[in-house]
Design a protein around this ligand. Structure first.
Ligand code: ADP
Length: 196
């Protein structure tokens, strides 16, 4: 199964992806995680992405499209995957369509987590506080200024993807404000018999 999780920063894409991974045994491909790993390792991609990410802006389409193209070639993605944080722009969605078409593959569904923007700021502050209290480094973009920029990037560049995928009959919407287990149950229901 090939899925996309769509939703603003803090919507719970990572949390829900982890649960779907467990249930379906397909990998979660998070471009945010891949980019953070590249930054930490100081690779050329990481060097290019570092400051852009810290500001809360999007890195270039070409860069992330390249990363995803390489990643979906790997053996563990052959049976399917959950994309978390990609695509984030219409050109990325078009590039993904191309990549999959070349392999004779297609997407099965796009799950959008609908959330109230006001609640997101509080969620991110909580995530940063919890990370810090575990003694782990807090993400450079988990601060109010970068968060507002991430939210604007979502509104302006990513939210048009709802219509893009609705038009292709792939969009399924769930209430991301519900408790975590309820959201998981709803996603399972939306995906239908294949994951029951
Ligand atoms: P969030 O928790 O805000 O959804 P992610 O962990 O998915 O964030 O991504 C963190 C940052 O990595 C983004 O703000 C952006 O700078 C960069 N990034 C991740 N995925 C993409 C993408 N598909 N296109 C452009 N930039 C991306």
């Amino acid at each position: 199964m090939r899925l996309i999780l769509l939703g603003p920063p803090g919507a719970g894409k990572g949390t829900q992806s982890a649960r779907i991974v467990e249930r379906l045994g397909i990998p979660q491909l998070s471009t945010g995680d891949m980019l953070r790993a590249a930054v930490a390792a100081g690779t050329p991609v990481g060097v290019m992405a570092k400051d852009v990410m810290a500001r809360g802006e999007l890195v270039s389409d070409a860069l992330v499209i390249g990363i995803v193209a390489d990643r979906i070639e790997q053996a563990d993605a052959a049976r399917g995957f959950i994309l978390d944080g990609f695509p984030r722009t219409v050109p990325q969605a078009e590039a993904l369509d191309h990549m999959l078409a070349e392999k004779g593959m297609r997407l099965d569904a796009v799950i959008e987590l609908k959330v109230d923007e006001k609640a997101l700021v509080a969620r991110i502050a909580k995530r940063a506080a919890e990370t810090a209290s575990r003694g782990e480094p807090v993400r450079k973009d988990d601060n109010p200024e970068a968060f507002q920029i991430r939210l604007s990037a979502y509104r302006e560049q990513t939210s048009p993807l709802s219509e893009y995928y609705r038009g292709r009959g792939l969009l399924r919407v769930t209430d991301g404000m519900a408790p975590i287990d309820t959201v998981t149950a709803d996603i399972t229901r939306l995906l239908g018999a294949e994951v029951a």
